[in-house]
Write a protein that binds this ligand. Structure first.
Ligand code: UDX
Length: 433
């Protein structure tokens, strides 16, 4: 089929490249000329494992194209996906839909022939109705259906999550649109990936409910970790013990410094706003937002306490800045809450992150960035692990011991075992153990 993807960010670029890999002909459109130029020269503007090869293969196969001009791609498309950003609006946390509505107007100007218009961006319940009204008003003559099709891609695992999804959710009650969406996802459909057809508003809410529930689950185990530290229990074993219950499941029970990223913080706030607007407040989600924000700051105080209550003039090596491993994304990363407090307390920070150094230079101006973990560790009073990059999991502990001036290692991701660290003579502090 001919697919046009509007927006080439984390969602649009991965989705467009994967649809092309299914055999569809995909044109990715973006206003950002430099981004499109890079993509046309095989440069990928984001870090996502496997994406560079996937894009290159499909560009070479002439199934994937990039352009800034949306007119022809929209006019010729069977399906137009809206995959532009819906960031949190300053202040009230509502999703900022200006980009979505601008694209809706662009689409209205160009569609010809029956066209399925799909919101892949995460949008508050009812946005599909708004998009339909905008297009209908501008083009009473046009034949189209607006469909919700949220994505469930985790950064760092986005291609895998797209190609082997737990489920595909499609929000429409129009039979023609259902048929076209079946055709779009046919390669997955054949792999028995369940496709859930539901109403548009239900589909929009499924996305928020899913992310909010995952944020609740993570925050729950994070609070269990704090309790474990007080009662002398081990949160990893609590997670294993409860996770073996089929009704709970073992995933997303890794205690850490709090969740970040481009989705959980934004989506929980947007859901809370929608719930307030409709008079059905989501009290649990509201609490999770507050607890998670406080946790990220509390981690800085945990580090200060771990260094005897005083970090003035102490050199602290920070390993990991991205909000999680396998991404360069630092949106709402715990490091953005932790490092300013440490710096305020007089610590001398030096950080290493394998992918997020460019973002970090923008978001944490003045932060000393090391080229390797060892350049950060050398001569530091303490080592603090914030992101669970695989390359931090097997550092030579003897070399760490001899490189560090001090003996304190603070591991906010529990990637080391307390017994190993004690054996090497470290003052080792971790989460919930
Ligand atoms: C999430 C959802 O998983 C995905 O389905 C949705 O489409 C987008 O948002 P993402 O934000 O990329 O994906 O990352 P994810 O792996 O879900 O982690 C989210 C946050 O939770 C990260 O900060 C991560 O460090 C944290 N986390 C995750 C934990 O602290 N513990 C866990 O066990 C899992």
């Amino acid at each position: 089929m001919r697919i046009t993807m509007i927006g080439t960010g984390y969602v649009g670029l991965v989705s467009g490249a994967c649809f092309a890999d299914f055999g569809h002909v995909v044109t990715c459109v973006d206003k950002d000329t430099s981004k499109i130029e890079k993509l046309n020269h095989g440069e990928i503007p984001i870090y996502e494992p496997g994406l560079e090869r996937l894009v290159r293969n499909n560009v070479e196969a002439e199934r994937l194209f990039f352009t800034t001009d949306s007119k022809a791609p929209i006019a010729n498309a069977d399906v137009v996906f809206i995959a532009v950003g819906t960031p949190s609006r300053r202040g009230d946390g509502h999703a900022d839909l200006q980009y979505v509505y601008a694209v809706a107007e662009e689409i209205a100007a160009c569609i010809s022939g029956f066209t399925v218009i799909v919101t892949k961006s995460t949008v508050p319940v009812g946005t599909g109705d708004e998009i339909e009204a905008i297009i209908r008003k501008l083009r009473p003559d046009a034949e189209f259906e607006v469909v919700s099709n949220p994505e469930f891609l985790r950064e760092g695992a986005a291609i895998k999550d797209f190609k082997i999804p737990d489920r595909i959710v499609v929000g429409t009650e129009d039979e023609r649109a259902k048929e076209i969406m079946r055709e779009v996802y046919r390669p997955l459909f054949l792999k028995e990936s369940p496709i859930v057809f539901t109403s548009r508003r239900t589909s929009e809410l499924i996305k928020y409910a899913g992310n909010a529930f995952l944020a609740v689950k993570i925050t729950f185990i994070n609070e269990m970790a704090d309790l474990c530290e007080k009662v002398g229990a081990n949160v990893q074993e609590v997670a294993r013990g409860i996770g073996l219950d089929g009704r709970i499941g073992p995933k997303f029970l890794n205690a850490g410094p709090g969740y970040g990223g481009s989705c959980f913080p934004k989506d929980t706030k947007a859901l809370s706003k929608t719930a307030q607007d409709y008079g059905a407040p989501v009290n649990i989600v509201d609490t999770v937002i507050r607890v998670n924000d406080a946790r990220k700051k509390a981690m800085a105080h945990k580090i200060i306490a771990g260094l005897g209550g005083e970090v003035k003039g102490k050199r602290i090596a920070i390993l990991g800045l991205a909000f999680k491993q396998n991404t360069d994304d630092m949106r709402d990363a715990p490091s953005l809450s932790i490092l300013p407090i440490l710096r305020e307390a007089g610590a001398d920070l030096i950080a290493f992150d394998p992918e997020a150094h460019h973002e970090a230079a923008k978001l944490l101006p003045g932060l000393a960035l090391a080229e390797t973990p060892w350049a950060a560790i050398e001569g530091a009073d303490a080592m603090v692990i914030i992101t669970e990059w695989d390359q931090f999991r097997a550092l030579d502990l003897n070399r760490v011991k001899s490189s560090l001036k001090g003996r304190t290692v603070i591991d906010l991701r529990n990637i080391y075992r307390p017994e190993d660290m004690q054996k090497h003579g470290f003052d080792y502090i971790s989460i919930g153990r």
